[in-house]
Design a protein around this ligand. Structure first.
Ligand SMILES: [Ca+2]
Length: 368
């Protein structure tokens, strides 16, 4: 069991503060502290009252948003850099808020994580993504992509999470090889026992695991070898700096080379220009996603790309310029690799995993 404490602090204003309002102010500050995540603290300021009120309203609205049909999942295609083929899609959640309009994950995922609503929300998105992946697979069996779902540490710590994944896969009739779960670097690096066990069980199930936003925590690649991880996604901040900052180029080159050496696949996210795509291709990065290739799309639109065996990018695209979406997306879907047919794809994946295991074994022998 893990216990954390959050603290809200309020100071008594001379002659003006009753004990009741002092407690209420401390409670408001506590609410703010909790919004920052476990183990945080906050000192009361009057402006917090409005912020807390808005947050309470949003929290109330988020309850049951899925049941009311307000949540959508969009899928951002991932391409194999060498060919431009769509090999997967990351599932990204959108909330059509009745009053505030379309909200991106950055506007509600932290709230969902702080309140625990991420658990039912994540479960819903995962089930949706698996169903969509099965639909793609049925329509284009020769070209069925990997669907990638974002998973928070809160979900990973839930005792029944692995069973939920199994239920989502079975409910959709989707092979575990067709699912990749994206886990943030900080979540993996906490490496508490229940997270380690969940990662191990998911890996045994055949689900791929990728480290999301890689580089933000500069975690040790060596440590990833022990955590059942199959790949990593280079954070968009490094991709954005390619061509401008030689330091970023050096980091992406080093991360890619080391990751490949220990059998991890590398995906670049936030690719917005042809120049970035070219540099990433030259560095040997396996997969990429971003507005240069395609923005997040409805499931049917991705299905259309797969059916046509499209190569991305296709022209300028209807959205014209790049609309930056720096939100930490709650994704449920990633790209798959070339899939001449499902059997060959699964076999190829198994070979890659065996290679990774061999690489891990070789490295641990070398270290002894
Ligand atoms: Ca992600």
């Amino acid at each position: 069991m893990f216990l954390t404490a959050s603290v809200g602090v309020a100071a008594r204003a001379p002659r003006r503060t009753s004990p009741g309002s002092l407690l209420r102010d401390a409670d408001t500050a506590l609410y703010q502290a909790k919004a920052r995540g476990p183990g945080s603290w906050s000192i009361f300021a009057p402006r917090m009252r409005m912020t807390v009120l808005r947050r309470l309203e949003r929290e109330t609205a988020l309850h049951g948003a899925a049941e009311r049909g307000e949540l959508r999942v969009r899928y951002q295609p991932q391409v194999e850099l060498a060919t431009g083929r769509v090999v997967g899609a990351e599932a990204l959640t959108r909330w059509e808020h009745p009053a505030d309009g379309l909200l991106l994950p950055a506007e509600f995922i932290r709230l969902a994580e702080a309140t625990g609503l991420i658990v039912p929300l994540g479960r819903w998105v995962l089930a949706e993504a698996c169903r969509q992946a099965r639909t793609w697979s049925n329509a284009s069996p020769q070209n069925s992509p990997l669907v990638c779902a974002n998973v928070s540490v809160r979900q990973l710590r839930e005792p029944g999470f692995v069973a939920e994944v199994v239920e989502a896969l079975e409910g959709a009739g989707l092979h575990p090889d067709c699912l990749e779960l994206e886990i943030t670097e900080s979540a993996v690096m906490q490496a508490v026992p229940e997270v380690r066990h969940a990662l191990r069980d998911l890996s045994r199930l055949g689900v791929a695991l990728a480290i999301d936003d890689f580089g933000m925590g500069f975690s040790s690649l060596a440590r990833l070898r022990d955590l059942s991880v199959n790949g990593l996604k280079v954070d968009r901040a490094f991709v954005a700096g390619l061509g401008r900052d030689p330091g970023n180029l050096a980091i992406v080159r080093a991360v890619t080379a080391l990751a490949h050496d220990i059998g991890l696949e590398v995906t670049a996210e936030g690719v917005e220009t042809a120049e970035q795509a070219r540099m990433l291709r030259e560095l040997g990065v396996d997969r990429a996603q971003g507005y240069h290739f395609a923005r997040p799309l409805a499931g049917e639109a991705v299905g259309d790309l797969l059916a046509r065996d499209a190569r991305l990018p296709e022209g300028a695209g209807p959205e014209g310029g790049v609309k930056r979406d720096r939100a930490r997306e709650m994704a449920v879907g990633k790209g798959k690799r070339d899939r001449p047919h499902a059997g060959a794809v699964h076999a190829a994946r198994r070979v890659r995993r065996a290679t990774r295991s061999a690489a891990r074994g070789a490295l641990s022998v070398a270290a002894e």
